[in-house]
Design a protein around this ligand. Structure first.
Ligand code: F3S
Length: 109
């Protein structure tokens, strides 16, 4: 069991979640943050911190976001460790209310 960052984070990356994590489970990919499921202790501290409600437990994830369980696993292998909150994505204001933005996610970085 682990918490999962979903589509709402893409091009937002507010990073408020990072400061809430007691075990440094967040990693930064180019377009979103992800949670390393090998590190997450399922504590729920991050979920209420996200201003765009991007974080869910894998046991409660909406049906249209289930693929983000694999995306978090995959990207956490290559993404950069992040221990403290930083400035949001430069286009966060533009994208924070856009629901359909998975096509903007570049993988393979
Ligand atoms: Fe993303 Fe929300 Fe964290 S937008 S970086 S999951 S605070």
């Amino acid at each position: 069991m682990a918490y999962v960052v979903t589509e709402a984070c893409i091009k937002c990356k507010y990073t408020d979640c990072v400061d809430a994590c007691p075990v440094y489970a967040f990693k930064e990919a180019p377009d979103m943050l992800v949670i390393d499921p090998e590190i997450c202790i399922n504590c729920d501290a991050c979920e209420p911190m996200c201003p765009v409600d991007a974080i869910y437990g894998d046991f409660e994830i909406p049906a249209d976001q289930v693929e983000f369980i694999q995306i978090n696993e995959r990207l956490s292998r290559t993404a950069t460790e992040i221990e403290y909150s930083i400035d949001p994505h430069p286009e966060a204001e533009k994208y924070k209310n856009i629901k359909d933005k998975k096509h903007l996610l570049q993988e393979g970085h």
